[in-house]
Design a protein around this ligand. Structure first.
Ligand SMILES: C[S@@+](CC[C@H](N)C(=O)[O-])C[C@H]1O[C@@H](n2cnc3c(N)ncnc32)[C@H](O)[C@@H]1O
Length: 183
């Protein structure tokens, strides 16, 4: 799960401006690629949730199901296009909506997503706990969780992938690597 602090919640941005107008959506779509793509195929056992917390009406959560996803390509632009088209279709009716096969949007935020997912753990440079049994990994985008978000996350175990601050998408790749080693 990636917290997109400024990622826009309507499609008021252009595919050529993911870093600016879309509120650093580039970070989030890179994480989707790292989470779901292998060299020539999809990780059917993996899901990723993007929490869009930017203007105008946060939050919107986008769930990519590795099992069900279709039309996903490894490049950032086409993943962003799936999100953009989804935001155009998404209706604010208080229930989840599958905007394309394997992509579901819902008006819930960090707390609501956490309630749905098993054994969550927070990724942090300062973490000290071990990954034992974790199935859900919570990361910031280009920013760490805010104080308000940390209130929600305060009881989660914290794990570190080293003291160096890494790109969120690099952390996702390292998590896959660690999970692979422990199989
Ligand atoms: C680019 S970092 C966030 C900004 C960064 N902490 C900073 O201000 O320099 C994005 C997210 O990746 C995760 N992360 C980055 N480096 C990490 C590390 N060494 N160990 C664990 N998680 C890390 C954290 O969840 C972090 O919020």
């Amino acid at each position: 799960m990636i917290i997109g602090h400024r990622a826009h919640t309507v499609a008021d941005w252009k595919l050529d401006d993911l870093c600016g107008g879309a509120g650093r959506l580039d970070v989030l779509v890179r994480c989707v690629t790292a989470a779901l793509w292998k060299s020539h195929g999809i990780r059917r056992d993996t899901d990723i949730w993007l929490i869009l917390n930017g203007p105008p009406e946060p939050p919107v959560t986008v769930h990519f199901s590795g099992e069900k996803i279709r039309y996903l390509n490894p490049d950032e632009r086409s993943t962003a296009a799936l999100i953009r088209n989804g935001l155009i279709k998404f209706k604010n009716e208080g229930k989840p909506m599958e905007t394309s096969p394997g992509i579901t949007m819902e008006r819930i935020g960090l707390e609501g997503v956490l309630e749905k997912l098993p054994n969550p753990i927070l990724l942090s440079e300062n973490g000290e706990d071990v990954m034992n049994g974790a199935n859900t990994f919570v990361l910031g985008d280009d920013k760490d969780p805010t104080e308000e978000e940390m209130e929600i996350l305060k009881n989660l175990p914290n794990i570190s992938l080293g003291k160096e601050s890494l790109l969120s998408s690099a952390c996702v790749t390292l998590i896959h690597h660690r999970l692979g080693l422990s199989k």
